[in-house]
Design a protein. Structure first.
Length: 72
């Protein structure tokens, strides 16, 4: 039985290992910046990313917004 030689990229992978995998750059659909995490609402619609959204402690958020509501 005749053997078919491996393709050159298979021989290179066997000899030197697989080439490094480059992760595609993910951009935020809201602000357009490169980001690690995209956040969505409960319907799956994107609302922002780790660059354009703020994370609040619930108590701090209520304190901040209660003060703003009391001001005329």
């Amino acid at each position: 039985m005749q053997q078919i030689p491996d393709a050159p990229w298979i021989r290179e992978a066997e000899r030197w290992g697989a080439p490094p995998y480059d992760d595609p750059v993910t951009t935020c659909p809201v602000c357009g910046r490169d980001c690690e995490t995209i956040y969505s609402d409960m319907y799956g619609d994107a609302v922002g990313c780790d660059k354009c959204l703020l994370q609040w402690d619930s108590g701090e958020w209520h304190d901040e917004h209660d003060q703003k509501e009391e001001e005329p």
